[in-house]
Design a protein around this ligand. Structure first.
Ligand code: FES
Length: 127
């Protein structure tokens, strides 16, 4: 476990809606971003994005840190901030670049859309 937490980058899709949402209401993804902005530690970079290609299972976020895998999660709501904060803590303290299963919030156990290895570990396709 690293002594200093890794700086996590959190991408939040602000254009996500949930099925049945009032089309006139603020989008759940934007509401999730707003909620997270008030609860994240200073060393977490919050990056709003428009569509992560997971619209059918929104709301969607992606988490990564230097040397870690990138995780994409869906099925979130505007109220998922505390669960996301827990996941950030797990990744920030990872010693092997992976988010441990143990301790993950339930929504992170059942709604992982993808995990992508650190690009720095991939071989050059031309080799
Ligand atoms: S609008 Fe959020 S993933 Fe497409």
């Amino acid at each position: 476990m690293p002594e200093t937490p890794l700086p996590v980058r959190l991408l939040v899709c602000v254009t996500c809606r949930r099925e049945g949402d009032d089309p006139e209401a603020p989008r759940q993804g934007a509401r999730l971003r707003d909620a997270l902005a008030g609860m994240l530690p200073d060393d977490v970079e919050l990056q709003p994005v428009e569509c992560l290609g997971n619209c059918k299972r929104s709301c969607t976020v992606a988490l990564s840190a230097p040397g870690t895998w990138t995780y994409v999660f869906g099925d979130l709501t505007a109220e998922s901030g505390p669960d996301i904060l827990t996941g950030i803590g797990l990744l920030a303290h990872s010693s092997d670049g992976l988010m441990p299963w143990r301790g993950r919030p339930e929504v992170f156990k059942r709604s992982m859309i993808a995990r992508i290895p650190p690009l720095s570990t991939l071989k050059d396709a031309a080799e």
